[in-house]
Design a protein around this ligand. Sequence first.
Ligand code: PRP
Length: 213
Amino acid sequence: MSTARPLRLALPKGRNLTAALSALRVAGLDLSGLDANGRRLWQPFPEQGLEILMLKDWDLPLYVEHGIADLGIVGSDVLGELGSGLATPLRLRDGRCRLSLIGHPGELPPAGSAVRVASKYPATARRALQAFPWAVEIFRLEGSVELAPLLELADLALDVVQTGETLRAHGLAELQVVAEVAPCLVASAAACQRFRDRIGEWVTRLEAAAVAQ
Ligand code: PRP
């Protein structure tokens, strides 16, 4: 196989797409013409020596782990929940947010309480909540997680907070930050060897771009 084949980069269709595109643009990668929100899931950019895959955040690590995509950009929340061991040569500056316990404004439940926690991140919740003195029951949800404490399906939710807009819209509060979250550049083991110089150059450009912004 030729070493000149395009580098295949997987971009996330979710909340991190804007941060990913902005970082790539500032780093000098011209992806104008990318059909980011449309139907084209695999797009060539021959002048950049690139191919772009558009993937759901939760699917993206699998494509990189299997070497189908050489690189990807995906949130550390997703990587942590999936237990991914992918190399993460860079955390992007833009698009950072928090994984937090959210609920009605007030104190966290007292020690010894039975606490129901709803989350899209059940494994992360199980790990993080070991630090709290509660008997915890975790409900796994796919989305609209804020409704769970609001409508008392659960006492708390563990979810992403970025602008805080969703919480404010529902009169909920961020009660405790559990983890800082950043969009991460991830690389397959094979790509780390085969494209070492190009990946190193990307990381340098992305780091320089973050500093210059
Ligand atoms: C996340 C999260 C919150 C919202 C928080 O959902 O589940 O609902 O964003 O962001 P904010 O603090 O800026 O309001 P996301 O947009 O990732 O969509 P999803 O529910 O489909 O995962």
